[in-house]
Write a new protein. Sequence first.
Length: 307
Amino acid sequence: MNEPIVTLQNVTKRIGGKTIIDKLSFQVPQGEVFGFLGPNGAGKTTTIRMMVGLMSLSEGDILIGGHSIHTDFEKAIKQVGAIVENPEMYKFLSGWNNLVHYARMVPGITHHRIAEVVKLMGLENRIHDKVKTYSLGMRQRLGVAQAVLHKPRLLILDEPTNGLDPAGIRELRDYLRQLSRDEGVSVIVSSHLLSEMELMCDRVAIIQNGRLVDVRTTKELVQEGGRGTVVFEVSDTKLAHQVLAQKDGAYPAELQQEGIVLQLDREEIADVTALLVHAGVKIFGIHPVTTSLEDKFLEMTGSDQIA
Ligand SMILES: Nc1ncnc2c1ncn2[C@@H]1O[C@H](COP(=O)(O)OP(=O)(O)OP(=O)(O)O)[C@@H](O)[C@H]1O
């Protein structure tokens, strides 16, 4: 693992005698897109507010680029760009003028740098239009552009995909990946949307009730996801059913209107496909019904609060 950009050490937050965050410890390696995943009320926003200095810690420490948020606050926070609540933009100004206005408050930001981030976030064609004419996705990207103007090493976005449609989510993901590649910035995004995290992140920390459940690469989570429901759309469902029935109950299949339905892990999907093709059954489609990350999440947290 690279040197971590963020280290949480036993981070605890109590409000009014209630423990909201309970001894949370994990590290975010540099250069990763890291997901902070948990059901509503798990404590994602509270943790992020502590990471960006908007809220004090009751106990523990957060190191950013090796600097303690307690003893070296200025140096720690200088390395962070963030969108915690909706980014405040002047809707009647252009995107460009919003960035120029913001840049006046931060020493050392040139017009050249503004143009650079505008290009990085794919806003160059519309940057001189008023923000009120922007789509939600464009406003989010303008917010990200603003947050990275000062070249932070770490970008933190709280629920950045809220309200975006799937196309907007994919677009944001691609721009964040590009930003991570081109500027070497590490990105932390929080979400309760598992399918998004799977697409967007290299690694995820899963939290529930203010406690860490697990930290895994999304690849590991998907591979370990266990069995999921898979629908095979085939030319002859009866023949397919017979072929699988001959395998001594190894592949119990249900016949449904849309095809045959089985509970399989990844390896078994390949085996069943080979069996059917070998028996002369045409396969028109193989559709996993739930993503394995979602199954894994339910298994880990026992929560039904997923999107
Ligand atoms: N200022 C506060 N006073 C009392 N309780 C609070 C305060 N802020 C947060 N909480 C509680 O702490 C818990 C965690 O809240 P938090 O907003 O961090 O969760 P979250 O994971 O970001 O959830 P969501 O996805 O709904 O935003 C919740 O039970 C919330 O009610």
